[in-house]
Design a protein around this ligand. Structure first.
Ligand SMILES: Cc1cc2nc3c(=O)[nH]c(=O)nc-3n(C[C@H](O)[C@H](O)[C@H](O)COP(=O)(O)O)c2cc1C
Length: 220
């Protein structure tokens, strides 16, 4: 598949068919993830691939609890300016709720972990903002999702499970720091599976609306 077509049709897929995903396909997606750029080429991420049903259920239990709490904080459709925006929001909410109740049925769930390490350098004038460590992880996540798309596999980049980071990491025996604090963050929890529906180009703001040429405010 053409790279641009894969990118343009990679979107959140939260409903999966019963068709399998092979270990080889997952390995291909992970190899693509590994090719992503990272600051200083540190490649900070680790992947935990939950394939076993018990392991997927473990993630699902925490995901569901996290989502149940998060959902209560969300606005309903009436908060939106027009009917189209409200409908789109309600669709996303319904799909997100479906995922929260069914994530264990995804043939694989990949946790993208990033270590909790000192990252901000400093010189004599103080700390140097060179960007956060997660900026070196999300390119890998997106590579993974685009590679999956090219194989006909849908993914959803999710983060709500971070509400229960410590519990999930302990369940997967992810090492803690010697002082007992968590050794990793969950940058993303990515369920994957063959879509129950179809891939398509997701609605987005047109690029010209958010693009400034040479000076901010100068649009073409
Ligand atoms: C940083 C980040 C966190 C997200 N967390 C969740 C999540 O916890 N649960 C979920 O169902 N979707 C989550 N999503 C998916 C977004 O809702 C989705 O990408 C967005 O609505 C666009 O979907 P579309 O590409 O299908 O249009 C997350 C996406 C990003 C980029």
């Amino acid at each position: 598949m053409d790279a641009l077509e894969a990118i343009m049709t990679t979107r959140a897929i939260r409903r999966y068919s019963d068709e399998p995903v092979t270990d080889d396909e997952i390995a291909t997606c992970l190899a693509a993830a590994q090719q992503a750029p990272s600051g200083g080429n540190v490649q900070p991420q680790q992947y935990v691939v939950a394939r076993d049903q018990v392991r997927r259920q473990e993630i699902a239990n925490w995901y569901r609890r996290a989502y149940d709490r998060y959902e209560l904080t969300l606005p309903d459709g009436s908060a939106f300016k027009d009917a189209a925006a409200a409908e789109s929001w309600n669709k996303t909410r319904a799909a997100s709720r479906h995922l929260a109740e069914n994530i264990q049925h995804a043939p694989a769930i990949v946790l993208f972990l990033q270590p909790v390490i000192p990252w901000e350098p400093a010189d004599d004038l103080g700390p140097l903002d060179i960007g956060r460590l997660d900026a070196s992880v999300y390119p890998a996540v997106q590579n993974f999702c685009v590679a999956a798309r090219s194989l006909g596999i849908g993914t959803a980049l999710t983060t709500v499970i971070r509400i229960y980071t410590a519990e999930v990491l302990d369940a997967f025996e992810v090492p803690r720091h010697p002082d007992g604090s968590v050794g990793y963050e969950i940058a993303a929890c990515v369920p994957m599976g063959r879509p129950a529906g179809k891939f398509g180009v997701a609605p987005r703001k047109p690029a010209p609306k958010v693009t400034h040429w040479d000076t901010f405010g100068n649009r073409r």
